[in-house]
Design a protein around this ligand. Structure first.
Ligand code: 26Y
Length: 859
């Protein structure tokens, strides 16, 4: 049984200690007598790495021998965070290493702080991929992740005068003990050039080189793999140019190649259209598929067997060029015919959608794709025309049934994007086509290649449509989201292929997100349940239900929360210098800054709270429930409104936090550089967390699940996975508010005449507009965006949902006064969180999409 920081027998393990010292001396190059904590971390990591590699090699060898079907998780992002702690615990080495490190005069808890975050992702989608790898290994499923080894990960966020400042994430300076460079595993990746009689001659080539990152399963012999590709030049250095004195040109090729894997695009909604991003996508997809085919061919001769040995799961549209690349490799390199190749491709690929927001659904200009990947463009063209041909009869039938075969339907008006403004050039209305074939016209709805509705004549490749047609399964990431995609973005496809559509509600790993980040609560749970088996079988958390009303257990539960709050309080003090009380409700909203996530709505209620406190007499103030409101999250660098939200939080904090009328009754904190390791400190300390997106906009959310696991109550809308969380814990135990997703389209129409402003809403907005928090001009358009229909149109229904949000907040305050009931609910949240383990999610993917079965190497 595992014990945090403990050891099995209480005896010093001399060989572990000796090994760490050896690493320190001969690899790190530091003398044990004056090694810094950073050196000690390196030495410990290098020592742990050997234990990890031992199991890794055995697992991979065993899988090779057994030759089972593998899943390959293709993702442009893997937000891994730190590895030391996770590796030590997943491998069950905490006793051994805890003790050896103590004997050397350090603490494992301190050393782990020395590790750089591997932040190769933006947010939810990237962290989901990381949780999935943990579960794939833990469930002994033969599977690898495939992605890009970005040299610079997610930018670091700093605050300058309360504004967001962006700094590069230089994470590899001290080396990375968790990876294995594989200079012998390299593939050529081509770009540009021409196609002659279906044969592609790329004009440029780069090399993709593999780096393996072993992924330890929990309490099992399995160690999986994340293979990341680095881009390298074919020719390192042009000596002839150098000799001519052209020093820059001597390294041009190297620089251009290295650019491909240099930096993660720090945007989780737009930025496609940028050629470099498409290059990145093709780069890692091509290398990964070539790699899988090469291994397959080592022991198989018939490519028809590929679908029984390999499944690629495409994480959003980012890797969906895989449809065309697999077709190309099968046809052009392996010599298969189109139909054979197509059958294999569809069976071998599956697709996950993570958004319905139009600006995040990648559509590449045919011009860009045709230039960079001319052969792929040709293949996509053919897929599109075969696909449309196959629909002709059906479309004709439908038209006849509707009795409108003669008349062309009215041209669709361009839709507004989610910020309420036309996404592309305004005014470029689609003109009525003259005498178009009505069947052809109907078919455009299904087009993988479509015309840009805002730019006449500009053709786009709709990558999501390509993925649906070119794969065997399309899934959403929460029940409500999977329903919405069938009714909206993929409606026409769902009608044709109902059997392709599935739901796989997201999950998070209970190892990192409960057992390791909240050791106090983990110990209490293990004691109550009499076993730590819940770490692998999260449904066992159900067993906590019977303790929910137990006063003694409640007291212990609260004591753990208090400890975690103290830990967060110290981090807040250290990072932003703000003193926050511990005897206050810790109210948290941490996630990427987005209008749809409505941090703004939260702020409006904070400002109202501030005004309310100020309006009370000193005697009345004694009855106020004190709150510490914490925000964290990054704004995409070019996202104008998101950046203003950051400033609004810090500007309000500057006023509120030093107002003597308020004192400890309200603190407003923006914690900069929110990332995985900050989340590991914040989430265990949270008492209330906010998941308040406009219904229908947040595909799932995953931090909601992490908070729930840690016994944090939720205030939220009926959106994403909140809906299912409410089902698991009882809706009456959640602070639910806001309109339902079904009502949003109608309300968006009606909002144009919205007059029913809550007087509290009006007063709060006025205070911002009047400059109570300074920056009057800077905030003016933010104010207008939700209150002046001539300036903005409140697309996300902030004004509309304000009143019910305030009601829910009042319920929160009232309930916090009843600590027994609050704690009872807190326990019920954790008890009901088993369903949201990524082990459950992955088990469903494995059985219902991948048909991949566990193969555990012998221990
Ligand atoms: C097109 C490109 C710029 C792009 C890059 C990253 C587009 C989107 C993204 C990332 C999206 C993302 O993180 N989506 C989130 O995925 C989570 C996991 O499924 C969901 O829980 C969450 O609701 C969704 O917003």
């Amino acid at each position: 049984s595992k014990k945090v920081g403990g050891s099995a027998n209480g005896l010093a393990d001399d060989s572990t200690k000796a090994d760490i010292i050896k690493k320190l001396e001969y690899t790190v190059g530091a003398s044990p007598s004056d090694a810094k904590a950073k050196d000690a971390y390196q030495a410990v990591a290098l020592s742990v790495r050997e234990q990890l590699l031992d199991k890794f090699n055995k697992t991979q060898e065993y899988w090779k021998k057994q030759d089972p079907k593998f899943v390959y998780y293709l993702s442009a992002e893997f937000l891994m965070g730190r590895s030391l702690w996770n590796t030590v615990y997943n491998l069950g080495l905490e006793g051994k290493y805890g003790q050896a490190v103590n004997a050397l005069g350090y603490k494992l808890e301190e050393l782990r702080e020395q590790e750089q975050n591997a932040a190769l992702g933006n947010g939810g989608l990237g962290r989901l991929a990381a949780c999935f790898l943990d579960s794939i290994a833990t469930l002994d499923l033969p599977g690898w992740g495939y992605g890009i080894r970005y040299k610079y990960g997610m930018f670091k966020q700093a605050l300058k005068d309360g504004f967001q400042d962006e700094l590069p994430d230089i994470w590899l300076t001290n080396g990375n003990p968790w990876e294995i460079a594989r200079p012998n595993i390299q593939y050529r990746i081509g770009f540009y050039g021409s196609v002659d009689n279906h044969k592609w001659s790329p004009a440029e080539q780069v090399i993709a080189q593999a780096y393996d990152n072993p992924i330890p399963g929990y309490n099992t012999s399995t160690v999986g793999n994340l293979r990341l590709w680095e881009a390298k030049p074919v020719n390192e250095f042009a000596l002839d140019k150098f000799n001519e004195g052209k020093y820059d040109e001597a390294v041009t090729e190297r620089r251009k190649a290295e650019d491909i894997s240099a930096v993660l695009y720090p945007n989780d909604a737009t930025e496609y259209g940028k050629e470099l991003r498409l290059k990145q996508q093709f780069f890692f997809v091509s290398a990964s598929i070539q790699d899988v085919l090469a291994r397959f061919k080592e022991s198989h001769s018939n490519l028809k067997d590929l679908p029984s040995k390999a499944m690629f799961q495409m994480n959003d549209t980012h890797p969906t060029i895989a449809v065309a690349e697999l077709m190309r490799l099968l046809i052009d390199q392996e010599g298969l015919g189109w139909d054979e190749a197509w059958a294999i491709t569809v069976k071998t690929l599956a697709f996950t959608n993570h958004t319905v927001m139009p600006e995040a659904l990648e559509k590449w200009p045919v011009k860009v794709m045709g230039k960079l990947l001319p052969r792929h463009m040709e293949i996509i063209d053919k897929i599109d025309s075969i696909w449309k041909d196959s629909l002709k009869e059906k479309v004709l039938g439908n038209l006849e049934k509707a009795g409108k075969s003669a008349k062309p339907a009215a041209a669709a008006k361009p839709k507004a994007s989610t910020d309420g403004k036309p996404a592309k050039k305004a005014g470029a209305e689609v003109e009525e086509e003259e005498e178009e074939d009505p069947v052809e016209k109907e078919l455009t709805r299904y087009g993988i290649i479509t015309e840009n509705p805002w730019e006449k004549g500009v053709k786009l490749v709709n990558m999501a449509f390509l993925a649906v047609v070119g794969s065997s399964s399309t899934n959403g990431v929460a029940h409500i989201h999977s329903e919405i995609i069938k009714e909206t973005i993929f409606k026409d496809f769902y009608e044709i292929y109902p059997e392709k559509f599935q739901n796989k509600t997201n999950g998070v790993t209970p190892r990192r997100w409960l057992a390791y980040c909240n050791p106090g609560l983990a110990a209490l749970i293990t004691k109550a349940l009499g076993t730590d088996a819940w770490i692998k079988e999260a449904h066992l958390l159900e067993g906590l239900r019977k303790f929910a009303g137990d006063k003694d257990f409640q007291a212990k539960w609260r004591a753990v929360k208090l400890d975690n709050k103290k830990r967060l309080k110290a981090v807040i003090k250290a990072r932003v210098g703000i003193d926050v009380p511990v005897n206050a409700l810790y109210d948290i909203q941490i996630k990427r800054i987005h209008e749809y996530k409505r941090q703004y709505l939260n702020m409006l209620s904070v400002i109202h709270r501030y005004h309310h406190i100020k309006s009370l007499s000193p005697a009345e103030r004694k009855k106020v429930v004190p709150r510490v409101v914490v925000f964290g999250g990054k704004a995409a660098s070019a996202y104008y409104m998101a950046k203003k939200i950051v400033k609004l939080v810090t500007a309000v904090g500057d006023v509120v936090n030093k107002d003597p009328d308020v004192g400890d009754l309200l603190k407003v904190v923006f914690l900069p550089d929110y990332n995985v390791d900050l989340a590991e400190v914040i989430i265990p300390a949270a008492e209330l967390s906010q998941h308040i997106s406009t219904a229908g906009t947040e595909a799932s959310g995953t931090s909601n699940m992490k908070f729930q696991m840690n016994g944090c109550l939720i205030i939220g809308t009926m959106d994403g996975a909140n809906v299912e969380i409410a089902e698991e814990i009882g809706k009456e135990n959640m602070f639910v508010f806001g309109v339902d997703a079904d009502d949003v389209p109608r309300l968006r129409e009606e909002r144009k005449n919205f007059k029913d402003y809550d007087p509290r809403f009006t007063a709060v907005l006025k205070s911002i507009a009047d400059g109570e928090f300074g920056n009057k001009e800077y905030f003016a358009d933010m104010v207008a965006s939700v209150s002046d229909m001539t300036k903005g149109n409140d697309w996300f229904l902030v004004a509309n949902d304000f009143a019910t949000y305030m009601d829910a907040q009042e319920e929160v305050d009232a309930l916090y006064g009843d600590q027994d009931e609050w704690t009872r609910r807190s326990i019920l949240y954790t008890a009901g969180s088993g369903f949201f383990s990524s082990d459950r999610t992955i088990d469903q993917y494995a059985k219902e999409i991948w048909n991949v079965k566990p193969v555990a190497p012998p221990a």
